[in-house]
Design a protein around this ligand. Structure first.
Ligand code: UD2
Length: 348
């Protein structure tokens, strides 16, 4: 409800908003990377809002187990972003594309920059061409906070000049530039959400490229020693998955009362909590939540790593009412509980 709406006007506005929600729910939404932890969370949220959901994934880093509860309710296609025919077919009849598919990880891109570029740049371009040709209404893109690089200014705001360090950061930023280009040149509504270190249930913990929280939590719950790269004084604006899902729903358009095209198309928005914490502090907090009493190891810092990251989230708030719905500590508790259940059930 808008704060300036009162009395009869408020009822009318409420009815209009409900109509918009109902109409949008009839539409088909495409989630790329649907078997990943972000894509699958988004798919569950879209289904819960009454949408039809189609999803693609090449299963390079995603897992079908993330879709086990919803597989009967979605149109799942195992397909690669680099396959133009599969992308053209996936975009037919789609209202909004949520582009979550990516080859993540800074260190992976340092080892193999070509693979990062293929998946994150060539794949994104293929998808945009298919979305344009199918006359998709909007594409919401999972951009990355890594675009800011190591500029000393904190918090990072969207008006800053990008300064990517790793090949991964360059590739994700290039995806943003293509998003903006496709709005300017072809009129395809695109919105870039720069995610800041997303974490939560279903994030894969077992790869050398896994996100730090998935690794630390599973290490501690299993009584294994976590490794901190560097001195542990680097900081992150860790963002619980529910916040990113909320940001996507708002940025995608007529869902609820969010994001009219004139405010968001061709634009970039931070999607984060707006708070930062060091790895050392995080490890201490996790000791308290998990009950881990063992040591923490320190190792050589990673090439391409960023020291501090913190988002200014006011732009997304003023454009489409984004606000974090779950804070860091609560998100950490929920995530630990989820991994605890998985480990108890022999699934992690
Ligand atoms: C970057 C982006 C993030 C997302 C992600 C995708 C930034 C600030 N963030 O995350 O938004 O796009 O890439 O991959 O650029 N670390 C340890 N021990 C471990 C694992 C990691 O100490 O076992 C450290 C790592 O060196 C880094 C921090 O933890 O300083 C976070 O690492 P990460 O891989 O979880 O995420 P990051 O910040 O590279």
């Amino acid at each position: 409800m808008r704060s300036d709406a009162v009395g009869e006007g408020a009822c009318l506005q409420s009815a209009l908003d409900s109509t918009l929600i109902y109409d949008a729910s009839m539409a088909l939404q495409l989630v790329t990377g649907i078997a990943g932890f972000i894509g699958s969370a988004l798919a569950r949220a879209l289904l819960a809002e009454g949408h039809q959901v189609r999803g693609i994934d090449n299963l390079a880093t995603g897992s079908m187990s993330n879709l086990s509860e919803i597989i009967d309710q979605i149109d799942f296609r195992q397909a690669d972003l680099l396959d133009p025919a599969a992308m053209a077919s996936a975009c037919v009849g789609v209202d909004c594309v949520f582009h979550e598919a990516a080859l993540p990880s800074v260190p992976r891109s340092v080892i193999d920059p070509v693979a990062s570029n293929q998946a994150n740049v060539d794949g994104t371009l293929n998808l945009l061409i298919a979305a344009r040709d199918a006359k998709v209404r909007r594409v919401v893109y999972a951009a990355s906070s890594s675009a800011y690089g190591d500029t000393p200014t904190l918090p990072k705001h969207e008006g800053m000049t990008p300064n990517p360090i790793s090949p991964y950061a360059v590739a994700k930023l290039t995806g943003e530039l293509y998003m903006r280009s496709f709005y300017r040149v072809y009129g395809l509504e695109t919105v870039c959400l720069r995610y800041f270190n997303v974490f939560g249930p279903r994030q894969a913990p077992n790869s050398p490229y896994s996100g730090v929280l998935a690794k630390f939590i599973t290490n501690m719950l299993k009584g294994e020693t976590p490794t901190i790269y560097g001195d542990g004084e680097q900081s992150r604006d860790f963002t619980y998955i529910d916040n990113v899902v909320r940001g996507n729903l708002l940025a995608s358009g007529p869902l609820a009362a969010g994001a009219p095209a004139e405010k968001v198309a061709g634009e970039v928005f931070n999607c984060a909590c707006g708070e930062r914490i060091t790895l050392n502090q995080t490890a201490e907090m996790l000791r308290g939540i998990t009950g881990y009493t063992g040591p923490v190891e320190y190792a050589q810092d990673r090439s391409g790593d960023i020291k501090h990251s913190l988002a200014d989230i006011t732009r997304a708030e003023s454009a489409f009412g984004y606000r974090p719905v779950v804070n860091f500590e609560e998100g950490l508790r929920r995530t630990v509980e989820w991994y605890r259940e998985q480990i108890a059930a022999g699934r992690a």
